[in-house]
Design a protein around this ligand. Structure first.
Ligand SMILES: Cc1cc2nc3c(=O)[nH]c(=O)nc-3n(C[C@H](O)[C@H](O)[C@H](O)COP(=O)(O)OP(=O)(O)OC[C@H]3O[C@@H](n4cnc5c(N)ncnc54)[C@H](O)[C@@H]3O)c2cc1C
Length: 452
């Protein structure tokens, strides 16, 4: 029997989408180009590789990332379940051992009899056939497929000045070996003592900060002459770019010391660099928010000026990479199908969400919708009040002219009818309402599927 759904890309979104289809009795052909062809950021051939940080964001109840994960849990997300099995200590966040995580996802997908894995690069999409296709090739979609997607969306991107070529630039932070950190110079703490004290904090005096700042500004970037032309994503700016905006901008950004009192002095340092555990063995740590575009030798020199990192050994340096995404509001319906080609769906970062969890969540939705299409069941987009619905609402209804990927935040959720001044109470009520609507939607889709 031929496959009913083709899924391109076995990253976070594609793996979840394939699993969701298979659970609904739909056969899947899952295409992954690695290891035949890799991307500038992936290092393995495993599915659902986490290419930068290992954090799946806050797990504190009634935060927006928690709400999204709670909906994913209720909807039966495979990847979230595996993430919980591979969790490492990270205060109030859900962080995972990235190697175990992708190994377990690869194992689960490879063992699923309804999923056939093909290790090859897909370069063309047949939009006119009855074939249902989910494109989940992520921010590092291969050039040939990006050109094919541009063909499918002909005319649309020319009308969107922020995103005329389907991509812009983003960056990743460095990782150091744990036993190369001088623990006598750092301290463990979580900001505002929220959750357990799992972060290593490198404190800086005004003099340390001044020296570091000057060295950072003087350091050489990769492709120095071209860098100013790069179009960065505002919430993931390289540190040298943040530093260029003013002497104190780093102290109010990735190096902010608030809520991080040094227990040895009882005082808040002038600036702090935070390191987060990478894996369960705790043998590597990443420099939180320290994505950058410096030459590797320059990174080693400048980052070793951070107290505690004088002899740091780097497992990975910060890098810059392309970020490919379509103009969702111009191209997609709330079911993540293309308006012009209803058999083609998009999921993950490429559809216009930002982040690991958001990518998995849209993969889950696209998988459900693709399976419903294959089974001839009516498609029902998730309710607007839910985190799922708010993400798809953003991706499909935001301003097409200035569209850029977004993380889940309360800004994306609809405002409550009644004004609540207290922020915590407002968020609690928004989450309660979201989950109520979400559960009703889940029940409705289950009933429709049973009838179909
Ligand atoms: C360098 C970098 C750092 C990031 N850091 C973070 C972070 O720290 N935290 C965070 O929340 N988010 C981060 N993101 C954003 C985003 O959450 C991740 O990229 C996430 O992996 C996106 O999931 P995805 O499923 O959309 O894409 P991916 O997980 O990248 O999966 C796409 C898959 O498609 C495959 N593929 C590509 N083209 C083809 C083709 N033509 N044929 C077949 N297969 C193909 C790729 O090999 C890949 O396996 C980062 C992104 C990048 C690029």
């Amino acid at each position: 029997m031929s496959a009913q759904v083709r899924i391109i890309g076995a990253g976070l979104a594609g793996s979840e989408a394939a699993w969701q289809c298979a659970q609904r009795g739909v056969d899947v052909e899952l295409f992954e180009m690695r290891p035949v062809r890799s991307t500038p950021a992936h290092q393995t051939a495993d599915f659902a590789e986490l290419v930068c940080s290992n954090s799946l964001k806050s797990d504190s109840e009634n935060t927006a990332p928690w709400l999204l994960k709670e909906e994913m849990r209720r909807a039966g997300s495979l990847l979230l379940q595996i993430a919980r099995e591979c969790a490492v200590p990270a205060g109030h966040a859900l962080a995972v051992d990235r190697v175990t995580f992708s190994a377990k996802v690869t194992q689960a997908i490879s063992r699923e009899p309804r999923i056939t894995v093909r290790r090859e690069e897909v370069t063309s999409i047949n939009e006119s056939s009855q074939q249902i296709t989910v494109i989940a090739t992520g921010p590092l979609t291969s050039e040939a497929l990006a050109a094919e997607i541009a063909r499918l969306s002909k005319g649309v991107h020319d009308a969107a000045p922020r995103n005329p070529h389907l991509y812009f630039y983003d960056s990743i932070s460095p990782i150091v070996e744990a036993d190369s950190i001088d623990m006598s110079r750092v301290y463990m703490a979580a900001r505002y003592d929220k959750g357990s004290a799992d972060y290593i904090n490198c404190p800086m005096t005004p003099e340390d900060y001044g020296r570091f700042y000057d060295a950072l500004l003087a350091a050489q970037s990769v492709e120095e002459r071209d860098w100013e032309k790069l179009n960065y994503f505002e919430s993931c700016l390289p540190i040298e770019e943040i530093a260029r905006r003013g002497r104190d901008t780093l102290r109010f950004g990735p190096m902010k010391p608030v809520g991080l009192k040094d227990p040895r002095t009882g005082r808040m340092p002038y600036a702090v660099v935070q390191l987060r555990q990478e894996n369960l063995r705790a043998d590597s740590y990443n420099l939180v928010g320290f994505q950058n575009h410096l030459k590797f030798g320059e990174q080693a020199r400048v980052l070793r000026m951070i107290p505690g990192l004088e002899n740091a050994r780097f497992l990975r340096y910060g890098q810059i990479h392309r970020n490919t995404y379509i103009n969702g509001p111009a191209l997609l319906r709330e079911t993540l199908q293309m308006k012009a080609h209803s058999g083609v769906l998009f999921a993950g970062q490429i559809c216009g969400v930002e982040g690991y969890v958001e990518s998995i969540a849209t993969g889950l939705m696209a998988g459900q919708h693709a399976a419903a299409l294959a089974l001839g069941i009516e498609l029902a987009p998730p309710p607007r009040a839910s985190a799922f619905g708010s993400l798809t609402h953003y991706v499909t209804q935001a301003d097409a002219k200035n569209f850029q990927p977004a993380n889940i935040t309360f800004d994306l959720l609809p405002a409550l009818e009644k004004k609540i001044r207290d922020r915590k109470e407002r968020h609690r009520l928004q989450c309660e309402l979201a989950l109520k609507h979400f559960d009703e939607w889940l029940e409705g889709t289950a009933a429709t599927a049973a009838k179909g």
